[in-house]
Design a protein around this ligand. Structure first.
Ligand code: PMP
Length: 425
């Protein structure tokens, strides 16, 4: 299709009529599709079906000879911490293993900081008149929801291909009200960016106005490659320690998208001081995590390269779905100038950027065709994308055939919304 920008109003009107006819025919297919959330598909969960029979009868002793069925062990089993030490970039003694959700660990750290303060701080964060968090945008809606629910003011910071715009971050972080920053450093949700070494180093060493400023380093996609390439993310704990700010980062990760999204393991890695702080509070909250699940994971993943093979299984299921989306977008939208999209090398999302003011309309049109998309605005603090431009596509859960159909709908709806916008201009 010729670029929309080059079409005369008459041509745009006939283009729109033709697109509307295609839309009506898609509508008549009675589709019922869901691309809202980055959930693993049933086939991906099947890769870890073996977990369900582990650890097995009478297999409940840890390497230290403890009974995993009982209370205790708030830091998590030493063998699990050793197994994930490389992924987390921290020695086992600087790691804590939680239950199934890393988001819950982030939540808890935020709440402990609010109620009790963090090492290096003068008082609990909740005693400050105002607390701010820097939020790279586009970002993860559940990070934003945590800030919103506890009344933290969010400041959007633009993303670049090498991570958050560091000139902006370095300027804003001088404000002592800024206590923290969300970071998804590898295959970011939803833009897919991986932070460059220099970004990590600047984050680690920058001058912060608040002495107890924290990076909430959510490395959710540490293992989730879609290609042969491996990004080799700079280790933030090492960079911060080298910069004399060892307590700045708190690293989070989980096996939600490695083993089972609802029954995996979550991890926190941090400086010795931060880990003592975290375990001190976590030990009040609970007598200990589910150690049988930890044992089950150790048994399931103990063979050499088991993690790599599992992730390769995920890649084989996911990569064709991502390709189906980008191929379809290219086929329908290529040359029209109506949208840009990412071709991520890992993670769970494709970011689709439509013309200003069109994202809400695309979601509305897609709903009219039976496709549920992540709401427009979800990529931004307070659910407000000032340009109404960004859309997060989550191709993991539906079948390949459904993903193909969904991408067709999204591409067509984008073209319609963009044509309508040009006719209004
Ligand atoms: N962080 C990011 C960036 C995510 O995309 C997700 C899942 N969509 C999570 C955290 C959730 O992690 P968990 O299942 O460990 O709570």
């Amino acid at each position: 299709m010729p670029p929309l920008a080059d079409q005369t109003p008459d041509l745009l009107r006939s283009t729109l009529a033709e697109l509307q006819a295609r839309y009506a025919s898609l509508q008549s297919r009675g589709l019922k599709l869901d691309m809202t959330r980055g959930k693993p598909s049933p086939e991906q969960l099947d890769l870890s079906e073996g977990l369900l029979t582990l650890p097995g009868n009478r297999d409940h002793l840890t390497e230290a000879g403890e009974d995993a069925r009982n209370y205790g062990g708030v830091q998590g089993l030493a063998e699990v911490r050793a197994l994930f030490s490389g992924v987390l970039g921290a020695p086992p003694e600087q790691i804590a293993v939680g239950n199934n959700s890393s988001l819950a660990l982030m939540h808890d750290c935020l709440v402990y900081a609010l109620l009790k303060g963090v090492p290096g701080g003068e008082r609990p964060w909740s005693r400050e008149p105002e607390i701010r968090f820097l939020c790279p945008v586009p970002g993860y809606d559940r990070h934003f929801a945590l800030c919103e629910t506890y009344g933290l003011v969010m400041e959007a910071v633009p993303m670049t291909p090498t991570g958050p715009d560091m000139a902006v971050v370095e300027e804003r972080v001088r404000d002592p009200r800024v206590k923290g920053m969300w970071c998804v450093p590898q295959y970011s949700n939803p833009g897919g960016e991986t932070y460059a070494d220099e970004t990590v180093e600047r984050l680690a060493r920058m001058e912060a106005g608040a002495p107890d400023f924290r990076l909430f380093w959510d490395n959710a996609y540490a293992l989730h490659h879609l290609t042969e390439r491996r990004p080799n993310l700079r280790n933030v704990l090492e960079a911060a320690a080298a910069a004399g700010r060892p307590d700045r980062p708190i690293v989070f990760a989980s096996t939600s998208k490695v083993t089972l999204a609802g029954a995996g393991l979550a991890f926190l890695a941090a400086s010795p001081e931060n880990l003592r702080w975290y375990l001190g509070h976590a030990g009040k909250r609970s007598i200990g995590p589910d150690k049988l699940n930890q044992l089950r994971h150790v048994r399931f993943l103990r063979e050499a390269n088991a993690l790599e093979r599992l992730m390769e299984g995920h890649r084989r299921l996911l990569a064709p779905k991502f390709k189906a989306v980008t191929d379809t977008l290219e086929r329908v939208l290529g040359g029209s100038g109506a949208a840009r999209w990412t071709t991520p090398e890992g993670g769970y999302f494709i970011l689709l950027e439509v013309p200003d003011g069109c994202a809400t309309r695309v979601v509305e049109l897609a709903a009219g065709c039976g496709l549920a998309m992540t709401p427009a605005g979800a990529t931004h603090p307070y659910g407000r994308d000032p340009d109404d431009r960004m859309l997060r596509l989550a191709p993991s859960y539906p079948s390949l055939a459904e993903v193909e159909a969904a991408a067709e709908v999204i591409a067509l709806c984008t073209l319609i919304a963009a044509t309508e916008a040009r006719l209004r201009a």
